[in-house]
Design a protein around this ligand. Structure first.
Ligand SMILES: [Zn+2]
Length: 230
């Protein structure tokens, strides 16, 4: 596991290669991923608004300051995953790819439905304050098609609806790695302290995670996942 960023700096531990050619950029409670090699790579999700400089530093550390991806792929369009998509896509002059069912929220046609007010847990309570407004992005937004990921031939995208209608996860068969966006959770969502401490104890949300796991199992010929990340 290789870490990028200056040791002892506030960025230490935020940019980490967790699997071959899978670089995670941690932005508070949300991650972005740089997938691929210098010959071709994509950015998956873009973190919280304001995280663009950290993502740029991750890209520069990995591939050099002039590198740019072949595309930005969004697991879904919530502000904490798509927060910098428009700015980075315009800066790099690359398209944003998302599931067709997620497109209405990215091209200004629809707002997300309200959060289920009966749901408990720290994040669920906090999420009631999050904006559910759809946005009209200025960058080019294109629908994913087939099951391969343009710019990342090792990866397939899997429709994992539940968290949003058009949520997708990315799966790499060669080492059975799954990038699951918000379809899986990796901390106790009922605990406020874990949101801060980020205890690395995997846990599953009861609905979306089951769908994601079922989808990934069928995609993975029912073999267990070797590694999964959110
Ligand atoms: Zn979300």
């Amino acid at each position: 596991m290789r870490c990028y960023g200056v040791q002892g700096s506030e960025e230490e531990g935020l940019i980490v290669e967790h699997a071959p050619d899978v670089l995670r950029v941690a932005t508070a409670f949300v991650n972005a991923y740089i997938l691929g090699t210098a010959e071709g790579w994509i950015l998956v999700d873009t973190g919280l608004p304001g995280a663009a400089p950290l993502i740029r530093r991750g890209v520069a550390a990995r591939f050099g300051s002039s590198a740019r991806p072949l595309a930005i792929v969004l697991t879904h369009g919530h502000f904490d995953h798509a927060g910098n998509a428009d700015a980075l896509a315009l800066e790099w002059d690359v398209p944003i790819l998302a599931h067709p069912l997620e497109m209405p929220y990215l091209i200004g046609r629809s707002d997300y439905p309200p959060i289920d007010s009966t749901m408990g847990g720290a994040i669920a309570v906090m999420a009631r304050t999050f904006s559910r407004r759809g946005r009209k992005l200025a960058a080019q937004v294109l629908p994913l098609s087939g099951d391969t990921v343009p710019g990342a031939p090792e990866w397939r995208w899997i429709h994992t609806p539940g968290h949003t209608h058009g949520h997708v996860s990315l799966f790499r068969e060669s080492d059975r790695t799954l990038i699951a966006g918000d379809a899986l959770i990796t901390m106790d969502m009922d605990s406020w302290t874990e949101q801060v401490q980020r205890t690395p104890e995997p846990s599953l949300s009861p609905s979306a995670a089951e769908r994601a796991a079922a989808a990934s199992r069928s995609a993975a010929s029912r073999k267990p996942l070797r590694r999964w990340m959110t």
